[in-house]
Write a protein that binds this ligand. Structure first.
Ligand SMILES: [Zn+2]
Length: 336
């Protein structure tokens, strides 16, 4: 696998490609949200660093170094990751697996590469690594990955070349989803990719569980029915749905906002493609017409959702937040 086979991250891949064909530095930091693909890219870069004939597109894939990397047995490559269930990487592990190893010469490749999950390094672990990062042996390259760089000491940041991984486009996420899950419905792939915010790992996780598809169905039906639901039903049955899904409240607000965004698109151009499928699209168009919903009104609905999200973040009373929100939405959706 070369860089071109990894979807997205064009800028990051370009910068890593330049490093591979020139004289790479001694410490790189890949920064990006959890699930964006930092480790996948870091491993590909490591493979390029160890490869006998790397190009700007990464490792050659055929030299002995590449074969060892593919088999996961390259003696000059080590990973220090956060063990499952642990809060931090132990400082003793930083010492035994990295610090006492860096001085030993490489066996097959011209250099040694260490991949370190810096999200797992508490301050003590970072301090232990600092001196080696400052004056690394010539044959050593460190690749650190981190999702929250504010947790890193300024001295770590200043000693590493930082490369940011950006959210993928919806199209890129969809492509990966369909590649890995050939059975997935195109409409579902669309939903997951939109909801993932461009984070491929998150989208793949969504595809493995049912909640998003179920809640999307529930939420879009609710919004389309909203003008006709009585106040009593709203405050009892509808409320109980929110109460059952309490844990997902923010996600549900995001889903509701996605439905309103779709309505806004439908309100301006009814022929535009719609996430819901044809049957629901017709219903959406008729609701928009009947209640004279326009972009401005739909914008107000989104503002109501934002207010609810803020109140929830500030630990407001859940029942009050939900009931206020539902009544405000109903009012906005019903008034001619
Ligand atoms: Zn190679």
């Amino acid at each position: 696998m070369a860089f071109t086979e990894l979807i997205g991250q064009t800028q990051a891949k370009q910068r890593l490609g330049v490093a591979l064909t020139g004289e790479p530095g001694h410490a790189f930091l890949l920064v990006g949200p959890s699930g964006i693909g930092k480790k996948t890219l870091a491993r590909e870069f490591a493979k390029g660093l160890l490869c006998a004939h790397p190009t700007a597109d990464g490792a050659c894939g055929t030299c002995p170094n590449c074969h060892y990397m593919q088999a996961g047995t390259h003696p000059d490559y080590k990973e220090l990751l956060l063990p499952a269930g642990e809060k931090n990487i132990k400082v003793a592990d930083v010492r035994s697996r990295i610090l006492s190893d860096v001085g030993i010469m490489s066996q097959i490749a011209s250099r040694k590469v260490y991949l370190i999950d810096a999200d797992g390094l508490a301050e003590e672990g970072q301090n232990a690594l600092l001196k080696t990062l400052e004056e690394p042996p010539k044959h050593v390259v460190f690749i650190l990955t981190v999702s929250d760089e504010s947790k890193l000491l300024p001295t770590i940041l200043s000693r590493t070349v930082s490369i940011r991984l950006l959210p993928n486009t919806e199209e890129e996420v969809k492509k990966v989803l369909l590649e890995r899950n050939p059975d997935i419905q195109p409409e579902e792939a669309e939903l997951f990719s939109r909801f993932s915010g461009g984070v491929i790992g998150y989208a793949l996780g969504l595809a493995e569980s049912n909640w998003l598809v179920n809640d999307w169905e529930e939420v879009s039906n609710l919004i389309l029915r909203l003008p006709e639901i009585s106040r009593t039903e709203l405050l009892t049955e509808v409320y109980s749905f929110f109460d059952e899904e309490k844990e997902h409240f923010r996600d549900i607000l995001s889903l509701m906002s996605m439905v309103y965004d779709e309505m806004a698109i439908c309100a301006t151009d009814a022929s535009s493609v719609c996430l819901h499928g044809e049957a629901k699209k017709d219903k959406m168009v008729s609701v928009i017409k009947k209640y004279k919903l326009d972009v401005q009104k739909i914008g107000k609905c989104n503002a109501i959702l934002t207010t609810a999200a803020k109140a929830h973040k500030a630990n407001g009373n859940f029942e009050m937040i939900v009931c206020r929100m539902l009544l405000a939405l109903k009012k906005e959706n019903t008034n001619g």
